[in-house]
Write a protein that binds this ligand. Structure first.
Ligand SMILES: *Cc1c(COP(=O)(O)O)cnc(C)c1O
Length: 243
């Protein structure tokens, strides 16, 4: 007898949350962030609903290949970029977008013999200090990438360290301050992809270009001081157990 516990997944709830985020994001390109098997909800069972958005953003190149094999035709993006030179074989063969955050990746792109156009997104560090080039390098990195045959630069991506509605008094920079770190982009002709869930909901000042919706898709509030209900989000997962 299995443990009397089950996780129920509500596709209509996902559909509802997508519609709500769409309303906020307008006509902008919307990536569904589906890392960690769609935040634990099971990516494959939800693919038909994610088609209501414009692309899938995930971590592992084999997960990207798997969705291609399941018939996913829209863009699919490696949000931490490729991890090894060999990953580029799959990136090329399956038409997978990749993030570029480090110089070694640029060197790998130069060496690889692409048969198809490779769509790359330049990751900039706006204060998270996890991945990405310093904004001061945005122009030179873009120019270096544009010189590589078959490589197409799609946009600049950043992930805010903090995009909550209410800022805890702990010295974290608000979104406006994180955007100030990116002033070097102002004179660069390139699209942008800055907003995660919190920024889509609360920071129209970051609303420029594509968006990456994660936690809110699943009906979870990105801010501990606001409930999902207050935001109109519906939980996609319900956990039920016998007592
Ligand atoms: C997880 C992640 C997201 C989604 O963030 P949410 O706050 O869950 O909306 C967006 N971009 C990157 C790079 C991520 O790692």
């Amino acid at each position: 007898m299995p443990r009397p516990i089950e996780a129920l997944i509500d596709k209509h709830a996902l559909q509802h949350n997508i519609a709500l985020l769409r309303e906020k994001a307008g006509k902008r390109f919307m990536w569904s962030v589906v890392k960690a098997d769609a935040y634990g909800h099971g990516l494959h069972g939800l693919l038909d609903i994610f088609k209501l958005t414009d692309g899938l953003a995930l971590l592992d190149v084999d997960e990207a290949v798997a969705v291609r094999n399941l018939g996913w035709k829209k863009p699919v993006l490696l949000i931490e970029g490729f991890f090894t030179y060999d990953d580029l074989n799959k990136v090329d063969r399956y038409g997978i977008d990749t993030l570029i955050h480090s110089d070694w990746q640029i060197e790998d792109l130069k060496k690889f013999n692409f048969k198809n156009k490779a769509r790359v997104h330049i990751k900039l560090n706006s204060g998270m200090n996890r991945l990405g080039f310093l904004p001061a390098r945005a122009k030179t990195v873009k120019e270096e990438l544009e010189k590589i045959p078959m490589v197409e630069v799609v946009d600049f991506v950043t992930h805010f360290a903090n995009s909550e509605l209410t800022y805890p008094a702990d010295g974290k920079l608000p979104v406006s301050g994180q955007l100030n770190n990116l002033v070097s982009l102002e004179e660069l002709p390139c699209a942008k992809c800055f907003s995660n869930s919190g920024a889509i909901l609360w920071h129209p000042e970051a609303a420029d270009g594509a968006v990456r919706a994660g936690i809110a898709l699943y009906g979870v509030s990105p801010d501990g001081n606001k409930t999902s209900e207050e935001l109109g989000l519906t939980s996609v997962m319900t956990l039920r157990a016998g007592i």
